[in-house]
Structures are given as C-alpha cells and as structure tokens.
Write a protein that binds this ligand. Structure first.
Ligand SMILES: Cc1cc2nc3c(=O)[nH]c(=O)nc-3n(C[C@H](O)[C@H](O)[C@H](O)COP(=O)(O)OP(=O)(O)OC[C@H]3O[C@@H](n4cnc5c(N)ncnc54)[C@H](O)[C@@H]3O)c2cc1C
Length: 432
C-alpha cells in the first residue's frame, strides 16, 4: 500500500472491504477479540502515516451513498466512505450542495473531516463545521451517536479525530440549496495583493492566492455566487490552463528542476509569466476542485489570521534566500475559527499557508525552515500534511487536548485504532 504522494508505504496483513455498518461492527469485534489493530483508509490522500498499519486496514469503498435526506432542513446523512465527487452528484439530485470545499474532490467524506480538511473563505469553517451529527463504531464494537445535542462534548472530539475514536459510519451534513459559482484566476503582484488583502477577503465569497517563489507575482483565485448566467462548457482556454499548464507542463518543469536545480529560480519566474486570466461558471460541486496530476509532497500550517502578514513576510524572505531550490507556488487560504477540539482552526480565525515540493525531492530542509516560522507564530499543522510534531507540542497547541484524549480513552480503551504512528503522534500506549 502507499498513499497518494507515495511518500508513505506499508504492508497490512489484511484489507477488509465491508459494505454495511453491521459488517464494520463485526470486523471491529473480531479484531478486538483477536487483539489485532485496525486503521481505516479513505483514499490515502494524507501525506502523513495516518493510514499506515501492519494489521487490518479497513477500506470503505463499498460503503458509499446517501442514507437519508431532509429537504426542508437541507440536511443529508451519508455513509462514511462516500467520495466527495460522488457525494456532490448525489446532493445535486436532491437540490442541495456543500457550502464550501477544498482543492480536490476525490477524498472520502470521513477522511476529509477526520483531518480538518478545509477550503478558503473567511465566512466558512473547515469542512468539519458542516457536520451536524456523527455515528461511529468504537473500539469496543459499540455503535455511538453524537451531535450538538446528543453527547455534545464527544461530538466536538469526533468532528476532527484522525480515526482515533473509531470507524465513522454515518455523517449528517448541513447543506445549502444548489448554487453556481463564478471562479476567476488572475495574475497580480504580491505587494498589491498583500496591501489589499482585507478587501480581497471581504469582497469575495472565497479568496486565495498562489505566490511564485523569487518573483513578485501571484495568481489570485476568487469565487462568487453567480445567480443569472448559465454554466460554461469547459472551454479550450480553461482546459489548457487547468490541465496542461497546471499539470503536464508543470510536471515537465518539475522534472527539469530536479535534474538542474541551479535553474530553479528561472523556472519559477517562467511559471509566473505563464499565469493567465481565466473565468468559468459552474454548479459549486463541479468547480471547487482542480485536477492534481503532478505528484508532490506538502506541508500546510494554520496560523492565526491576525499574524498572517508577519508570517508571510518571513516566508517570502526565507524562500527568496534561494537556499531551497523551490519552484512550487505557495498557497494561501483563509478559514473561519471553530470550537472543534482538534481542529487547527480551534478558537481562532485562521490563515493556511501550504508549501510543496516535487514528489521525490527531499522536502526536509525547506519544510523545516518554514515550519520553524509557522511554529514561532503558534502555527498548527494540517493533520493530513507533513510535520514534525511531538505529543508535547500538540498538548501545548490545543487547549482541549486532554478532553480529546479522555474521549479517546473512553472510546478505544484497548488502543485498537492506535497504530505506532498514532501512538507517537498522541503519546499513548507503549510509544513505538
Ligand atoms: C492532491 C491533494 C490535494 C489536497 N487538497 C486539500 C485541500 O484543498 N484542503 C485540505 O484541507 N486538504 C487537502 N488535502 C489533504 C486531504 O484532504 C486530507 O489528507 C484528507 O484527509 C484526505 O482524505 P482521504 O479520504 O484520502 O483520507 P485518508 O488520507 O485516507 O485518511 C485520513 C484520516 O482519516 C481517517 N479515516 C478515513 N476514513 C475514516 C472513517 N470512516 N472513520 C474514521 N476515520 C477515518 C484515516 O484513518 C486517517 O486518519 C489534499 C491532499 C492531496 C493529496
């Protein structure tokens, strides 16, 4: 087995493909009886070893779909293994949509919320904030339900839980009625973008930008509700920009940079010159995601929104020293604060800064240099992306860490879901 990026490999003794909640429960009971460990995999799009196990790996590909829909309340209950793109189509048929999404839509809904996956927009929390109820099978094989009103403290632990409490079987989402978005990409200058940041954030439903290292150039991306226009066919121009420019051409560039690192700065400048203005209109579930055909490694940190400008200035200064031969753009997004125990956005409106390197390049020194900056500003890593955290650091970062760990111990007292990576991350059991 390997994850999407290919940086984590493992060899489970068994892979199970249950197709019902009863089968999932039986799997857990048998594993508990046989004293074996379990990890669940969504689609393996995490860059960390969250899904790694030498024991039983549970794959929920056969456990997808809608369970119930409440059209009046615009709510939908879905199976944990449902992939986001399939979910988008299912909701569309019911006249509903998710209020926000991230860059890709191939992940499972349970994997998405378990790592605190997010999109961008100061009015929107992480995807976990769209969840209003969760049902899971805990380490004792019990079916547990929680929501804002039923076991509310446990619910706040389960909204972002990295598979530590059990296997999520059902998720109820608060959706919104169907909507169309107009998405625009534009070339701009870094200085102008940073100077006018607040107005970009206030005047657009969703705003993010990509900075091209060693240049003063950025690509801004805005999404706004489009009430009147028809949806676009994917035009040749958009196809060229998204598929060819952002992927195939970029793959060639990345390969070239690997063999000729001294040309990295020139490559980044060339990429900046290729940014073109594009616009397209589509129903929301068809427009948030862009194809990601070039494999990379990624680290992404959440920093308090009010520290963002200082953090970004340090990031730009560090990257521009030229020590790290980087040419992947740095992505900048914004997310509303929440009250979910292990959400990186817990207790604060946040900015997310993401850095990437080509899949088989050593990310170490570059990521470490930026991680030191993020940590100095109370940064918290995305749980699905690379980081060098220790349990001591996590306990410091998350005010409700001990309450989360109380629920972890209650739901999984025999550490059925605690792989060696999870034991090291959370500091439980005989740390291996
Ligand atoms: C190309 C790419 C683009 C990305 N873009 C974004 C982005 O825009 N925004 C963002 O925030 N992140 C992004 N990510 C990160 C990604 O969204 C997260 O890593 C997400 O968790 C992946 O979902 P998954 O289904 O692959 O989960 P996996 O990586 O398979 O699993 C993640 C965690 O969820 C747990 N899990 C999965 N299913 C269940 C279940 N049923 N019950 C309990 N636990 C479960 C796993 O055990 C694991 O701990 C991106 C990653 C890639 C590779």
């Amino acid at each position: 087995m390997k994850n999407w990026a290919g940086n984590i490999t493992w060899n489970p003794s068994e892979i199970a493909y249950p197709s019902s909640e009863e089968e999932i429960q039986q799997l857990v009971l048998k594993a508990a009886n046989d004293r074996k460990k379990i990890r669940v995999i969504g689609t393996g799009h995490s860059f960390t070893a969250l899904c790694q196990t030498e024991n039983i790996l549970v794959n929920l590909d056969k456990y997808q779909g809608l369970i119930a829909v409440d059209k009046e309340k615009v709510q939908a209950t879905v199976k944990g293994g449902t992939k986001l793109n399939y979910l988008g189509d299912l909701l569309f048929k019911e006249g509903m949509a998710m209020e926000n999404l991230g860059d890709i839509d191939v992940q499972s809904i349970a994997g998405t919320i378990s790592t605190g996956t997010h999109g961008t927009g100061t009015k929107f929390g992480t995807i976990s904030t769209q969840v209003i109820a969760i049902r899971f099978i805990n380490g004792k094989g019990e079916i547990i339900s929680c929501s804002e009103t039923e076991n509310p403290e446990l619910f706040k632990a389960a909204q972002v839980s990295m598979g530590a409490l059990g296997i999520i079987t059902r998720i109820t989402l608060q959706c919104i009625p169907l909507y169309k978005l107009s998405v625009e990409m534009k070339a701009a200058h870094l200085n102008d973008t940073l100077s006018n940041l607040q107005s970009h954030l206030d005047n657009n439903r969703n705003f993010e930008f990509f900075w091209l290292p060693y240049t003063n150039k950025v690509a801004t991306k805005t999404s706004n509700i489009e009430a009147t226009s028809e949806v676009d066919d994917i035009s040749f121009f958009n196809y060229w920009s998204e598929y060819v420019l952002e992927n195939y051409l970029f793959m060639g560039i990345a390969e070239f940079a690997k063999w000729f690192p001294s040309k990295t700065q020139a490559i980044s400048k060339l990429t900046a010159d290729l940014i073109s203005d594009t616009k397209k209109i589509a129903y929301s579930h068809k427009i948030y995601a862009t194809p990601r055909l070039v494999k990379f490694q990624e680290m992404e940190y959440n920093v308090p929104a009010d520290a963002y400008q200082d953090v970004m200035q340090e990031v730009v200064k560090t990257v521009n020293t030229g020590k790290y031969n980087v040419h992947f753009p740095i992505e900048n997004r914004w997310v509303k604060g929440d009250d979910i125990m292990m959400s990186p956005a817990n207790g604060r409106d946040s900015a997310y800064i993401a850095c990437h390197v080509y899949s088989n390049k050593d990310a170490g020194p570059y990521f470490k240099a930026l991680e030191d900056i993020f940590r100095a500003y109370n940064g918290r890593p995305h749980w699905g992306k690379m980081n060098t955290l220790t349990p001591v650091a996590i306990a410091d970062m998350y005010p409700e860490f001990s309450t989360f760990m109380k629920h972890r111990a209650l739901q999984d007292p025999d550490l059925l879901f605690a792989s060696p990576y999870m034991q090291r991350l959370l500091g439980v059991g005989n740390v291996v």
